[in-house]
Design a protein around this ligand. Sequence first.
Ligand SMILES: Nc1nc2c(c(=O)[nH]1)N[C@H]1C(S)=C(S)[C@@H](COP(=O)(O)O)O[C@H]1N2
Ligand SMILES: [Mo]
Length: 444
Amino acid sequence: MSNHESSDRKICRESEQGKSVGLPTDPHRRNLLSAAVSTGSALVMTSMVAQAQASDPLPIPQWTKTLGDPVLKNPYGLPSPFEKAIIRRETLAADMPGGYNFPTPHSYWSTTPLQDLRGTITPNGLFYERHHAGVPAVEPSEHRLVVHGLVKRELIFTMDQLRRLPTVSSFHFLECSGNGDMVTEGKFGKNVADIHGLLSCAQWTGVKLSTLLEEAGVEKDKARYVLAEGADSAAMLRTIPFQRAMDECIVVYAQNGENLRPEQGYPVRLLVPGCEGNLNIKWLRRLEVTDNPAFSREETSKYSDLTGPDGMAHKSTLIMEAKSVITFPSGGQELPEAGYYQIRGIAWTGRGKITGVDVSMDGGKNWEPANLTQPVLSKCLTEFTLPWRWDKTSAVLMSRATDETGYVQPFIEQLFTARGKYFLYHNNAIQPWLVQSDGSVVYG
Ligand SMILES: Nc1nc2c(c(=O)[nH]1)N[C@H]1C(S)=C(S)[C@@H](COP(=O)(O)O)O[C@H]1N2
Ligand SMILES: [Mo]
C-alpha cells in the first residue's frame, strides 16, 4: 500500500504547485500548441481535464487492490471488453434509409470502423471483407498454386515451397472500388465506416510475383497480361497488365505478422498495390501468362466504369486515385464542449505517396495544410492531424489530399461532371462533415 500512498502524494504535490494532472507543463510546449491552433486566442486545454485539489488525492480503485487475470487467460489475445463496440459491420437497409438489402450473406461485405482506429495499420480482425461466394475453408497442405500459359516451364507450388522463396514485406492499403458508391447512388451513410469502410491497410509479406514468373521463364515477346484466379466457388478471375505484374505484385501469405486470415484469402492471395480491391485475388490458385485480357465478369459487367451520357461500360479503371477522409470529428461522433480538439484523418493514393492534405473548417472556402504523421509510405494510408478550437458554432469540415503526381482530390460535383450520372465505382470525392452547434456531427 505504501507505494500507492506515495504516488498519491506526488500528484497532490504537483497540483499544489498549480499544475494540472495529465497536461504538458513545459512552457515551450504550451506555446507550440497555442501557436499551432488556427482559430481563437490562447489555448486552454485545461478545460478538458478535472483540476486536482490538494485535499483530494486520487482514490485507489478496485483493480489496484486485487490480483489481475493470470497469464494465458486468452491464448490468442483479445481487445479490452470495454472496446467491444469496435467491430466490423454491414451497411444494412435496416440500419439506414437507402442501405443495402442483400439476398445472401455470401456475396456481401463488412466495413472497417476507421473512425475508431488510430495510426494507419488495420488490426487483422477488423480488416474489411468482400466475398462473392463466401469464405472457403482451404486446407493449406492440399492447396496448390499453378503458374502456366506463355511460360517455358509450368510450375505448381505447395505452400511450403512458396514459403521457401525469397520474401518481401511492404505496407499497403487495400480499397474496394465500390467504396463510396453509397454516395454516388444517392444514399448517405451515417459514419466513416458506412461511406469509407471498404478500406484497410496492412503490412503484407510474401513472394514477389516476378520471382515466380522469372522462375517459370516467361515468353517475354508474347506476354502482355497475367490472369489471376481464386479457389473460392466464385472462381474470381482478373487480368493484370504484364508490366504491373512484374513491377509490383506480391503473392502474399502473411498480413501484419501472422498468416493471412481466412477472410483475407488464407493461405495465399495476390496483392496489386494501389489498384482496386477486386484485382487482389484471394485464395489464389492459378496465374496464367497470356497475350489477351480475360474479359471476365469482374472486368466487364462489374467493376467497369459506366461513363458518358449512355452509361455504357467504357473502361475498367485499375488505379485508386488520391482520397482522404476526416475520421475525427466525423459522422455519428459528438463534441462534448467548446475548446481544443485535434482534427485527424487518413489519406491515400494508388499512385505513390501523399504529399499534402489540406483541411477546411468552412465548407471549402479556406484551406489550411494539415500535419502528416510519419512515416509517409507509397500506396499506404497516411495519417494527418490539425489542431482546432471549436467555439460551438456549426462548421463544415473537409479534407483534400494531393499526391506525388500533383493530382488533387476532387469534389463530388467535379466527378459527376467528368463521368456522367451513371458513375458508381471509384468515388474519391472530398467528404464533408457538418459539426452542428450542439456538438453532433452528421453528413455535411
Ligand atoms: N477469390 C476472390 N478474391 C477476391 C474476392 C472474392 O470474392 N473472391 N473479392 C475481391 C474484392 S471485390 C475485394 S474489394 C477484395 C477484398 O479483400 P478483403 O476481403 O481481404 O478485404 O478481394 C477481392 N478478391
Ligand atoms: Mo471490391
